[in-house]
Design a protein around this ligand. Structure first.
Ligand SMILES: Cc1cc2nc3c(=O)[nH]c(=O)nc-3n(C[C@H](O)[C@H](O)[C@H](O)COP(=O)(O)OP(=O)(O)OC[C@H]3O[C@@H](n4cnc5c(N)ncnc54)[C@H](O)[C@@H]3O)c2cc1C
Length: 384
């Protein structure tokens, strides 16, 4: 038997990130990327500003699977789901029953949109956009729609709302929280974001949840938890993502919120690793691009023979809401400390300090976005 391959499950930014970094370090070991989608390379964050950028599901693909295969000197298997992993035999089984052996296996399976349990005869029309196929469906349904109700005023909900404005649609965002980006921003910064988005044309309904959705003629009626109702032409759900853990769980790997790994991205089974949205690295799920890039680099080095733990720099997240440019660098989860916020006419700077005065996180909006680099350097301890 020839050299066993490194097998990567998933062709998102995490899967291709590991594949690309690994190939830089190891030109020879066979590499296989397996994905249940088209396996074309695209940047998922573009899904929520594709209307502004005038992109279609097709034009979002930067490189098709064949090009990725050639560039990575890899076998890329598109539209191939993985059904089973046998960690003792070091094999995987695909949906069509084919069995493949691996030297090392990388789970880069991403996350599934969380679905609200909704009543009503139109509950099944609710869309979420988490990949290109979803986006194609969404873009299709947008034709002829005017009002788009968005469930969730988090990062993705606000980004889609802003993007829909560019397409002449009327977004109406509904959230159980009392403000947008409630988990990422302190209250005064949320308020600034809300005002700017409202001024641009986004409507919000806070402190309510949708409980049912029914067809009324050509339109949809959403019944909210306070008994009121609103009409829309399309409903988009953006209430969060849940790491895809089913395949790992069936294989007996340790799973908590995500597939549990240590700092070396190693799961509880030998030769099996996890990165990106499906992974819970040392207790943290970090479903953003910058963390998965750090993870990919560290794991590639490990797979190429130099065990390397992931180390994160300060990782600011840009919220793609041009009506109110926003950058957030959240403090570590459960870190003690408090926010202080400064507002000016055209900007907002919120700083999160720990009890010892160290800057642990920040959020900048509007003109204050210009400070993002110096603040990130302070969070990283590179500047006083
Ligand atoms: C609309 C939107 C906007 C975003 N904007 C930003 C942003 O501005 N900044 C930021 O930092 N982050 C952003 N994010 C988050 C970021 O895009 C994700 O963290 C990142 O793309 C996750 O990459 P991934 O490779 O882990 O997962 P995915 O891209 O979801 O890839 C998972 C892969 O696994 C494959 N797969 C799943 N199950 C199986 C199976 N059983 N067998 C085989 N293959 C399987 C899928 O086909 C897919 O190829 C955004 C996310 C969304 C949805």
């Amino acid at each position: 038997m020839g050299t066993l391959p490194v097998v990567v499950l998933g062709s998102g930014l995490a899967g291709y990130g590991v594949a690309r970094e690994f190939r830089r370090l190891d030109k020879d070991t066979p590499l296989v990327v397996i994905s249940r989608d088209h396996a074309g390379f695209y940047s998922k964050p573009m899904l929520s500003n594709a209307l502004t950028a005038k992109k279609t599901a097709q034009s979002l693909v930067m490189k098709p699977a064949e090009k990725m295969a050639a560039e990575l000197n890899a076998t890329v298997r598109a539209r191939s789901g993985v059904r089973h992993i046998d960690t003792a035999a070091q094999t995987i089984v695909l949906d069509d029953g084919e069995m493949l052996p691996y030297r090392d296996l990388v789970l880069a399976l991403g996350a599934d949109p969380i679905r609200l349990p909704l009543e009503g005869d139109a509950a099944d029309t609710v869309l979420s956009v988490n990949d290109l196929d979803d986006y194609a469906r969404f873009a299709d349904r947008l034709d002829g729609a005017k009002t788009v109700a968005i469930l969730g005023a988090g990062l993705i909900g606000c980004e889609f709302a802003n993007d829909l404005l560019a397409h002449g649609k009327a977004p109406l965002v509904i959230d159980l929280a009392d403000r947008p980006l409630a988990r990422l921003l302190p209250a005064a910064a949320s308020e600034r974001l809300r005002l700017r988005l409202e001024a641009a044309g986004v409507q919000f309904r806070f402190d309510v949840a949708a409980s049912r959705i029914d067809h009324v003629g050509q339109r949809l009626r959403l019944t909210l938890s306070d008994g009121s109702a609103i009409d829309a032409d399309l409903v988009l759900s953006a209430i969060g993502l849940r790491p895809r853990t089913a395949v790992a769980q069936q294989a007996g790997l340790a799973v908590h919120r995500g597939v549990v790994t240590n700092r070396w991205l190693a799961t509880s089974a030998p030769h099996v690793y996890a990165v990106g949205d499906c992974a819970e690295v040392e207790g943290h799920t970090l479903p953003f691009v910058l963390p998965l890039m750090q993870q990919s680099r560290a794991l590639a080095a490990t797979l190429a023979g130099t065990p390397t733990p992931v180390v994160y720099p300060a990782m600011p997240v840009t919220v793609k809401t041009p009506a109110c440019p926003t950058v957030v660098c959240p403090p570590p989860l459960d870190a003690p400390g408090s926010w202080s916020t400064e507002l000016s006419d055209d900007g907002c700077t919120a700083l999160f300090h720990g009890p010892d005065g160290a800057l642990l996180g920040f959020a900048v909006l509007g003109s204050a976005v210009a400070q993002k680099q110096s603040l990130a350097a302070r969070v990283a301890g590179l500047l006083p």
